[in-house]
Design a protein around this ligand. Sequence first.
Ligand code: SF4
Length: 174
Amino acid sequence: MITLALEDLNWQIYGCRKCRLWQGAKHSVPGEGPLNAKVMLIGQNPGANEDAVGRPFVGRSGKFLNKVLAENGLKREDLFVTSIVKHVSPRNRKPLPDEVAACLPYLIIQINLIKPKIIVLLGQSAKETPRYEGIEYMEVIHPSAAMRFNKMKDKFREQVAELAERIASISNNT
Ligand code: SF4
């Protein structure tokens, strides 16, 4: 049932015209991952690489993210990866408040269907994600920023290591 609900939601996103962003996009990027994921990673919105293929975090920052997850024993395929806004924005600008507001209901449905134990907010824009009781939230540096600056890279690695510890403690308690 959840599979159907998520697929149905994806189709709604593919056809969405609720804000201007669909006009400049090649693909919608609803997100991907297992339906029973304990962890959701939420970024800002797709970039050019993601727009080209319709999948989240597939560019350089996605590869960096996968690498740091793997360094900490985490598999990207075990996590549900999405973003607060599902279409690319012109010249990769930050989504505007009305675009975030228009798109947020899709993320809320995803959270309610997947019911993760932990939500990782990647970067500033993802902090707009609503908070729910019973879910742990972690604010983490966006991998694209972490890639560029050594200090941020170290901090990002620490944050992902902390995520791995939190996941282990959840797994031990369930
Ligand atoms: S960004 Fe979100 S609200 Fe705007 S058109 Fe795309 S799916 Fe719809």
